[in-house]
Design a protein around this ligand. Structure first.
Ligand code: NI
Length: 256
């Protein structure tokens, strides 16, 4: 059985076949995944999904792309949604200095506010960090954001940074990018993460692993990422499935 630690199955890309994609996941052994409710609309969709499907859990929060839309009212709504028993983390939150869709100062401030909310609620955090590795790390440290655990999702930093993140108690999640031919630097990072801190994700509908690169991604394909990591780490595919399942359950505080 496989656990996709980060998916966006509420995305409009799945409007034609969402039900079928969830069935294909189950048929491939991907029996649990966490859907990311990182906007008002996505959070409401996520709440519907977790109610409807046993194996789907969710997060709520505001993505750094949309940080400019944060209000006191929205933060209060996020807090309310987080009380649902199947909402397992605050996220994805963080910094994105690649696209800069929201001003950087606003991103920083909204990241800090949501770290404080996670601390208040005692919940783990899912981090989105794109081209802002050092600053994401420093803000988490300044805000005491490491204490409830969490995940650097779709990891894209160095092996050295990964070691620092692990030392702080967080988990590190790899997407299908780790299967790409030109991803040697990322594979070096994946090779350095302790096996009890390693997660896998699709981040679907984006970032399909080989051999599906360029096509829409879906939770069933997390198996390909798991196979690539098994080979990289010299463990069996079954062992990688078990490890990443247990790690996801630990960080999201779910029963095995
Ligand atoms: Ni995502």
């Amino acid at each position: 059985m496989w656990f996709d630690s980060h998916a966006h199955i509420d995305d409009t890309d799945f409007d034609g076949d969402r039900e079928e994609a969830i069935k294909r996941a189950a048929a491939a052994g991907v029996t649990r995944f966490v859907n990311i409710g990182c906007s008002r609309e996505a959070a409401l969709n996520t709440l519907e999904l977790v109610e409807k499907y046993d194996g789907i859990y969710g997060t709520v929060g505001l993505h750094p792309h949309d940080a400019k839309d944060m209000t006191d009212e929205l933060l209060a709504e996020i807090k309310g949604w987080a009380a649902h028993p199947k909402i397992v983390a605050i996220g994805e939150i963080g910094l994105d200095f690649h696209y800069d869709f929201s001003p950087r100062d606003v991103q920083r401030q909204v990241f800090r506010r949501q770290i404080r909310l996670a601390k208040e609620l005692g919940m783990p955090i899912t981090i989105h960090d794109r081209e802002a590795h050092r600053e994401s790390f420093d803000i988490l440290t300044e805000e005491g954001g490491w204490e409830n655990g969490g995940i650097f999702h779709c990891y894209s930093g160095s092996a050295e940074m990964a070691a620092e993140i692990v030392k702080k108690g967080f988990h590190i999640s790899f997407s299908g990018v780790v299967t790409f031919k030109n991803a040697d630097k990322l594979r070096r990072a994946a090779a350095a993460v302790p096996l009890d801190r390693l997660l896998i994700e699709t981040d679907c509908p984006y970032l399909s692993p080989l051999p599906y690169r360029g096509k829409r991604n879906e939770p069933a394909y997390v198996v390909e990422t798991g196979k690539a990591l098994a080979e990289l780490r010299g463990v069996t595919v079954e062992e990688m499935a078990r490890l990443t399942w247990e790690n996801a359950c630990r960080v999201y505080r779910l029963p095995l």
